[in-house]
Design a protein around this ligand. Sequence first.
Ligand SMILES: Cc1cc2nc3c(=O)[nH]c(=O)nc-3n(C[C@H](O)[C@H](O)[C@H](O)COP(=O)(O)OP(=O)(O)OC[C@H]3O[C@@H](n4cnc5c(N)ncnc54)[C@H](O)[C@@H]3O)c2cc1C
Ligand SMILES: *[C@@H]1O[C@H](CO)[C@@H](O)[C@H](O)[C@H]1NC(C)=O
Ligand SMILES: *[C@@H]1O[C@H](CO)[C@@H](O)[C@H](O)[C@H]1NC(C)=O
Length: 501
Amino acid sequence: MISHDSKIIIVGAGVFGLSTALWLARAGYKNISVFDRCAFDVNYYNPLDGCDGASADINKIFRTGYGTEQEYQALAIAAREIWLAWNQEIKESSPSELPPGITPEDKVLDLCGNFFLAEGPELRVFYKDSLSSMEKTAPESRALQFVKGNIEDEERLRKIDPRWVKTFHALDGINDNNTNGFFDIQGGVTLADKACTYARFLCEKAGVKFVLGSPQGKLQSLIVEQVGSEKKVTGITTADGQSHQADIVIVACGGWTATVIPEAHRTVETTAGTLMFIDVPKTRKDIWDKFNSKNFPAWSYRRGEGDETSRYYQGGGFPITRQGRLKFGFRGRKFTNFQNHPTAPNLRVSTPRTKYTEDTINTVPLYGLKLVKEVIGKAFPELAEFGFTDTRLCWYTDSIDNNFVIDYVPGYTDSLFICSGGSGHGFKFLPILGKHVKNQLERVPDQFTHLWKWRAAEHDKECNGLEQGESGPREMSKIQMAERKESQPPQGSTAQHCPTG
Ligand SMILES: Cc1cc2nc3c(=O)[nH]c(=O)nc-3n(C[C@H](O)[C@H](O)[C@H](O)COP(=O)(O)OP(=O)(O)OC[C@H]3O[C@@H](n4cnc5c(N)ncnc54)[C@H](O)[C@@H]3O)c2cc1C
Ligand SMILES: *[C@@H]1O[C@H](CO)[C@@H](O)[C@H](O)[C@H]1NC(C)=O
Ligand SMILES: *[C@@H]1O[C@H](CO)[C@@H](O)[C@H](O)[C@H]1NC(C)=O
């Protein structure tokens, strides 16, 4: 049984590891060490500086709408309070009280609003559910959501602040305005790298120790002993040859989780999301203004259903960053990359491949890139001349049902704990996730215990793609990657030349 004196090792200093460490330390756990192979104390979670975890990013969507999933909806609303408190703490600090990488001008959550759009005039079921669920359980939050094309809602928005009305129409160009959806002004974007830097700083203040960078922070293997019929993890070895003793090891390795815990290979699977960037030149003040978060929301747009029709689209974009970077994401189809497991013989697991892995990659699948280019070429013709200036594969950690996986790994006498399965929606919970991770560690049942329990994909059953394995259609070796020229502006540099249809 875990106690305040237990020696706890957390592997992974992304959102899941940080939030766990923070809540445990603040609750009185005295002996927590977090290991990560990335030198976050030097690069501050900058995705252009050697960090390739999902959390190391410039921005992520913060939303509260969750369809009928009221547990996550309530968790997001609770997280929002802490996000705003962090904004306030940062603002009220003097520069010397803040960690390097953060200044009093920084925010970790920017409430620029979220726009959720789908094709056609009829409000999509997921959006209807999100709105009615909010109406039932959090009417004060529902009052901050506005249905596209609803005149009364537009008036309501104008009364709150006339500047929102412009934002309400900032996405009318998508699909020639043949869209339905809603706008939510309690949402926005988290400034992901700043947020992780700040959370890590709060962890250190609460007494958490960090071992960062390679080789000293890189887990080589778990130290496993056999105790009767059960196994027990007694610590980890790191790539510098050291071993570190622990009473409990919490694995929060994001996309790399199954490479550390082989038993998790049908519980979580890493898949690649497609990100594309446009770096807007300083001279284009018109574009900087248009996409400024004061005028422009984070948006997502869906077209078609499911994965198998070749035209299915689910993508979105963000306001411009302070550095002038526009980010677009595509998650209509996610891709696997099966490799030999580093420690378990005869096991193949999907494994992240990035700019910074040994088998380096600096492009994205053509499939998503083409669809995104088509949507933004029509919606924002002024961007067509730039092409994409950069791309990134960003690795999800999908569970079989998109619920997180936060539980003891069976068969290890409560010495090994998995804290993962972010499934593309974990970032927004950075300030609060650890509160409920702590419950699972202490075996205090809460509303998430049944959702986050250890579980695995079954053969012959649809399990969010995890049932497909290496022979499935989304394995990266089978798909066409974009070549440099496909990221470039279309010939003639006008929107009309973007592929349409
Ligand atoms: C493309 C994309 C878009 C997303 N968009 C959103 C969004 O808009 N809103 C939202 O709320 N969520 C979003 N998410 C989800 C969110 O980013 C994740 O749920 C969250 O960041 C996962 O955090 P993590 O700590 O589990 O993993 P990670 O951030 O990947 O952290 C894992 C850490 O483990 C470390 N590690 C791995 N192996 C080892 C080892 N052997 N030794 C030491 N350290 C190791 C890595 O270096 C890394 O730092 C998105 C995810 C993706 C991929
Ligand atoms: C943490 O645990 C280690 C190993 O048991 C021990 O050597 C160390 O003194 C502990 N530190 C604290 C602060 O309790
Ligand atoms: C787009 O459609 C909405 C209704 O959904 C309407 O209010 C708006 O004026 C339209 N915008 C343009 C530019 O036609």
